[in-house]
Each structure stands twice: as structure tokens, then as C-alpha cells.
Design a protein around this ligand. Structure first.
Ligand SMILES: NC(=O)c1ccc[n+]([C@@H]2O[C@H](COP(=O)([O-])OP(=O)(O)OC[C@H]3O[C@@H](n4cnc5c(N)ncnc54)[C@H](O)[C@@H]3O)[C@@H](O)[C@H]2O)c1
Ligand SMILES: O[C@H]1[C@H](O)[C@@H](O)[C@H](O)[C@@H](O)[C@H]1O
Length: 357
């Protein structure tokens, strides 16, 4: 079974393509949503943001003011149901994704949902099933999950190298995922669910197989850790093909946004995410000379990936489909994270419970 979904085969006939640009509603215009609105408005062709919705009316008004003809709709479900909206981008906090994505399926609207698909594996599989029922009726897929690293040129190159056998059989993947800082409410569970979820998807994307078990180790914590948090963590995935993936997740480095991945194969290894010009990243708070070349956050490091992700999604959505990681990928990531949170709690190796596809 392949874990990489390409949806070109389920796109409808060209007759269904709207003559106008894709009219997008963006739900949640906080850090990511506002960034995506700006991106859709200024860098993505064939799409326009016609509606924004946010729990904070003030924030929504502020963002809408920057986009001609964009209106504010208070109720996100009304924005989804609106006939003047062709597709939806969900960038609300994770706990609202399930209801909003299910509403998109009900109204037959393509949706790009920021990660996580939902907050747990049970609700994610419910989304997979709802979309499957829609696909059985229409031949269309609607749900794309915002695992943007798949659209990053370095990750795409690494996957191509692995897929064409350039490293021989891949055996081990080493990952580092470091954030300069996180808000005070960011728990160790969130380090798994919100941060390591990207490595879950990267591992499935690079190796094209599922993750079978997760172990989480808690090394000595940094004195900068948020109260009650174990930071850093070392997370180990075992894949169904017997490969190992280790992830160092460290969210209070005080330095910058460092995301590295190295694949070690039988015939060589390849690493991405090494910022050219970087000499050292240690020594306390980031100063310009110490962190030269390191992106401050994901909006900078993955800016190009978000551009490609949204352009390809908008192009596919105009034809009524998706082009990227789908609901199953979102579900599989949640199932692995659930095992990760249990492994974090118990200190034991925990097997992933994945439904039959
Ligand atoms: N792909 C990535 O690299 C990446 C990076 C950061 C965040 N994210 C994801 O993007 C999503 C948003 O994260 P963020 O950092 O922008 O959060 P945020 O808190 O900055 O923004 C969320 C916004 O949603 C609004 N909101 C809350 N409940 C709502 C509701 N029911 N309906 C409409 N609006 C509502 C809030 O008022 C806020 O403006 C999360 O799912 C997060 O995991 C992804
Ligand atoms: O929600 C964010 C986001 O997903 C980033 O890409 C990740 O690096 C952060 O650790 C996480 O908190």
C-alpha cells in the first residue's frame, strides 16, 4: 500500500472548472491563516479570498481590510455553506477542524486543512470515512492536509533520491525539529501532536510505509523549558519495513527554526536543512552573528513550500479535487501521535493502532 496520495486521477472533467477564479473562504486568521490570506492574495494565481471568518471579529475585519472584495462572516459553518465560496482553507485551532472539515465534505467543497486533521485518531478516521462515502458517489476527493514539507524543494529532492534508489535501501532517518520558543501553554503532549506530527508525515512520505511503533525518551530538560514540559524529547519510530526514524524535538532552543532530515541508506546518505553559512548555533540567545542563516520560524523556512502547496491546491480545487496529502495521511499521523502520547506517558514502546485502509 502506498502512503503517498496523488489525486490527479479523481479530478472531474474540465467542464466543471469554474470560469472565475477559485473563491476561497479562510477560517481562522491568526498566525497561519493571516499568512495564507496574504499568500493567496499576492502570490497564488487563479484564486481569491472572498471570505474570512474568525472567532475574533476584530482580527477578521483587520485581515479582510487588506483584501479587496473580501467579506467577514461570523459563523464559519455559514461561510462553508455559502454558494459564493468554492473552496475552504481551515486554519483554526485543531479542536475545530473536525466539525469544519466534515461540513466541507457535506457541502462538496475542497478543503485544505492545516495540520492536525483532527485532534485524535477516532475523529480522523471518521473524516476519512465521510470523504470515502462522498468519493464513492462523485469520484472526487476533497480533503487535503497541510503537511507542507512535502512541497518543500529540499524534501521533494530527498524523496526523489530515495525513491530512485540513489542511497540504496534506506535504513535509518535522523530528524531534528527545533523551535526558538513556544507559548507557555505548549505541553510535552503538544510537542508530539503539533511538532513531531510533521516528522510522522515526513517519515511516511520518504519511506512510503507506515509507522508501527513509537518510543519516547525524556533526556535532561533544558532550564528554558516551559513549566512542566520535558524539552527536548527523543522520539523513535519503527516502520512496518523494519526501518528506524529518530526525532530530536526541542522547542525552546532560543536560537531559531532548525528542521533537518538525514536519510542513511545502504549505499550512502543525504541530509537536508543545513543552512549554508551556519558556523555555530550554540551559546545562548540567538544573536545575528550566531544564528546567521537560520530561519526564525516556519513561515520563513517553509515559505516556498506553502506557496507551492497553495498553488497546487488552488489549481486542483478549481477542478473540484485535491493534490497533496489526503485524509488518510491526516488519520495515519493522528494514529501515530496517539501512540506517541501514550509512549510519552508510560515510558514504554507503544504499537500504533491503524485501521485497515
Ligand atoms: N503547517 C505549519 O507549519 C503550521 C504552523 C503553525 C500552525 N499550524 C496550524 O495552523 C492552525 C492555526 O494555528 P495558528 O498558529 O495560526 O493559531 P492562532 O491561534 O494564531 O490562530 C487561530 C485563529 O483561529 C481563531 N479561531 C479560534 N476558534 C475559531 C473558530 N471556532 N472559528 C473560527 N476561528 C477561530 C482564533 O481567534 C485565531 O485568530 C493550527 O491547526 C496549527 O496546528 C500549522
Ligand atoms: O504548530 C507549529 C507548526 O506546526 C510548526 O511547523 C512546528 O515547527 C511547531 O513546532 C508547531 O508548534
Amino acid at each position: 500500500m502506498t502512503t503517498t496520495e496523488t489525486q490527479a486521477g479523481v479530478l472531474p472533467a474540465m467542464a466543471d472548472v469554474p470560469a472565475h477564479g477559485l473563491r476561497v473562504a479562510v477560517l481562522g486568521v491568526g498566525m497561519m491563516g493571516a499568512d495564507h490570506v496574504a499568500r493567496l492574495h499576492s502570490r497564488i494565481s487563479g484564486a481569491e479570498v472572498v471570505t474570512v471568518s474568525d472567532a475574533s471579529a476584530e482580527k477578521a475585519e483587520q485581515v479582510a481590510a487588506g483584501v479587496p472584495r473580501c467579506r467577514v462572516v461570523g459563523d464559519p459553518l455559514a461561510a462553508i455553506a455559502d454558494d459564493g465560496v468554492d473552496a475552504v482553507l481551515v486554519a483554526t485551532p485543531g479542536q475545530f477542524h473536525e466539525e469544519q472539515v466534515l461540513a466541507c465534505i457535506e457541502h462538496g467543497k475542497p478543503v485544505l486543512c492545516e495540520k492536525p486533521l483532527t485532534m485524535d485518531a477516532d475523529s480522523s478516521i471518521a473524516v476519512v470515512r465521510a470523504e470515502d462515502a462522498y468519493t464513492a458517489r462523485t469520484g472526487r476527493r476533497l480533503v487535503q492536509v497541510g503537511f507542507m514539507r512535502r512541497f518543500d524543494p529540499e524534501y521533494a529532492q530527498l524523496r526523489a533520491l530515495v525513491a530512485e534508489g540513489g542511497l540504496g535501501e534506506p535504513l535509518i532517518v535522523h530528524c531534528a525539529h527545533r523551535n526558538a520558543a513556544v507559548p507557555p501553554h505548549f505541553t510535552s503532549e503538544m510537542m508530539v501532536n503539533d511538532s513531531v506530527v510533521h516528522e510522522v508525515d515526513v517519515a511516511r512520505f520518504l519511506l512510503d510505509e507506515e509507522i508501527a511503533a513509537v518510543t519516547v525518551l525524556r533526556p535532561r530538560a533544558t532550564r528554558h523549558a516551559v513549566a512542566g514540559q520535558s524539552d527536548p524529547l527523543l522520539v523513535l519510530f519503527e516502520t512496518t519495513g523494519g526501518r528506524l526514524v529518530d526525532v530530536e524535538v526541542f522547542v525552546s532552543t532560543g536560537v531559531g527554526y532548525e528542521v533537518r532530515t538525514e536519510v542513511v541508506g545502504e549505499d550512502g546518505s543525504a541530509v537536508i536543512g543545513l543552512d549554508a553559512g551556519l558556523l555555530r548555533t550554540s551559546g545562548g540567545a540567538a544573536g545575528p552573528s550566531r544564528s546567521a542563516g537560520i530561519a526564525p520560524d516556519f513561515r520563513v523556512r517553509f515559505g516556498r513550500a506553502y506557496d507551492v502547496e497553495l498553488q497546487r491546491w488552488a489549481d486542483a480545487a478549481r477542478r473540484g479535487g485535491i493534490d497533496g496529502p489526503g485524509a488518510w495521511d491526516g488519520y495515519a499521523a493522528q494514529a501515530v501521535c496517539a501512540a506517541g502520547v501514550e509512549a510519552l506517558r508510560t515510558g514504554r514502546r507503544t504499537e500504533v493502532r491503524l485501521e485497515q485502509r
